[in-house]
Design a protein around this ligand. Structure first.
Ligand code: SAM
Ligand code: SF4
Length: 380
């Protein structure tokens, strides 16, 4: 009789955003329930799962080279790269045993069992890829497996259909789906029972949340009312769906953490239009004004892309000056990276690497000096 393989220790390497951090926890929970042991020491693992990011080329490059280095016996790819490359991953990285798409993650325990069965017999060697599911089942969020014992990320929406011209997310994470509000509240209550006191509601554009009659404002109010919860926040907000009514409601939510992440991407109306962002510089500045008036001591951060196709020095200066004017508490600055399938991939990537680097550094330096001045004021 063929001997059952007993490779049981799994290391999950997480790259990318908070959505992936939460997805890794979900997988950790599902695998623990199926008898696997999650380890945080890669060298001790029999199985390694890369939870990947495709937002920029650099994030993908990191995974390709990490696959080459790993000594684990079984290698799996989940997350955005799984949907971006599907079975082509096996050609590019023959060491990989399985590929699981962003909406198929509940299948991982069964896939692993199947791979383990075949792994010691070269004749039976099997590659599995599953990337076709349309949505996730809500049960996957209820395993109770949490890495942080005080704070929890809670997914409220999956996918995105804003189709910003530079962004791969709608192609790899699928259409927007809002989870049932009842199920979200249930998950948070389970977290509170486990001792968690702070939560962050997660989605690519949380303000677009809508489940039956419940919109994001109502959901935030319900979360605010949960007994035992001390603080809540959310990421990410898209300016086009962020409203004064939301600020009004949040001002009344005692547990709101007074933090807004509001990616502007560019300060140039011409570039914003090319990016398909759906707002203007003036609209954005107005929103910031209202936020600061209505949320006392509110902090504000943003994302910026430099070197978008055709971005001129004048466009760049518009972004630079917007940052100077708004004085964000934090800015995450990215160099434009061409992504397959996106609208912007049809434009020439015509800003030289050195020029992207120059613009990147100028904004980082500006933000550093803004943050320094703000901190000095706070400490006085
Ligand atoms: N959904 C969020 C939003 O609308 O802002 C975040 C999406 S993405 C995971 C995080 C950030 O990566 C974006 O805000 C954007 O600044 C940056 N980004 C996305 N695609 C990019 C690309 N092709 N090149 C460079 N930066 C990119
Ligand atoms: Fe990407 Fe735009 Fe959706 Fe954010 S809102 S995930 S940047 S398409």
């Amino acid at each position: 009789m063929k001997k059952e393989v007993t490779t049981k220790k799994v290391f999950i390497r997480t790259l990318g955003c908070q959505m992936n951090v939460r997805d890794s926890e979900v997988i950790g929970g599902l695998l623990s329930k199926s008898g696997y042991k999650i380890t945080d020491i890669e060298e001790k693992a029999d199985i390694i799962i890369f939870n990947t990011c495709s937002v920029r080329q650099h994030a993908e490059d990191k995974v390709w080279s990490a696959i080459g280095r790993t000594k684990a016996k079984i290698i799996g790819i989940m997350g955005c790269m799984a949907n971006n490359y599907r079975e082509a991953i096996f050609e590019k990285a023959p060491k990989v045993d399985f590929v699981v798409g962003t909406r198929d993650i509940a299948k991982i325990p069964a896939i692993l069992k199947e791979i383990e069965k075949h792994k010691d017999s070269p004749l039976l060697e099997k590659k599995i890829y599953e990337t076709d599911a349309d949505f996730r089942e809500d049960e996957i969020y209820h395993t109770g497996f949490r890495l942080d014992k005080e704070h929890a990320f809670v997914v409220i929406t999956e996918g995105c259909e804003n189709y910003c011209a530079y962004c791969v997310v709608p192609y790899v994470r699928g259409a927007l789906r809002s989870r049932s509000s009842q199920d979200i509240l249930e998950e948070i209550k389970e977290d509170i029972d486990a001792g968690i006191t702070r939560i962050t509601l997660l989605g690519q554009n949380v303000n677009a949340y809508k489940y039956q009659d419940t919109d994001f404002i109502e959901l935030a109010q319900e979360v605010n009312g949960l007994k035992g919860l001390k603080e809540f926040g959310f990421i990410t907000s898209h300016p086009k769906d962020t409203t004064v009514d939301l600020f009004k409601a949040l001002a009344e939510c005692r547990k709101f953490n007074n933090y807004l992440h509001l990616p502007v991407q560019s300060g140039s109306d011409r570039v914003l239009k090319l990016m398909n962002r759906g707002y203007t510089r003036e609209f954005y500045l107005n929103l910031v004004d209202n936020y600061r008036k209505m949320i006392k001591d509110g902090t504000l951060s943003t994302d910026i892309i430099v070197g978008f196709p055709s971005e001129t020095e004048v466009d760049f200066q518009d972004t630079f000056n917007l940052i100077k004017e708004v004085e964000f508490d934090k800015a995450y600055v990215f160099k434009y990276s061409v992504r397959p399938n996106t609208k912007a991939a049809e434009f020439a990537d015509n800003i030289e690497r050195q020029e992207k680097e120059r613009r990147h550094k100028l904004i980082l330096d500006l933000q550093k000096s803004i943050s320094r001045t703000k901190n000095a004021k706070k400490n006085n």
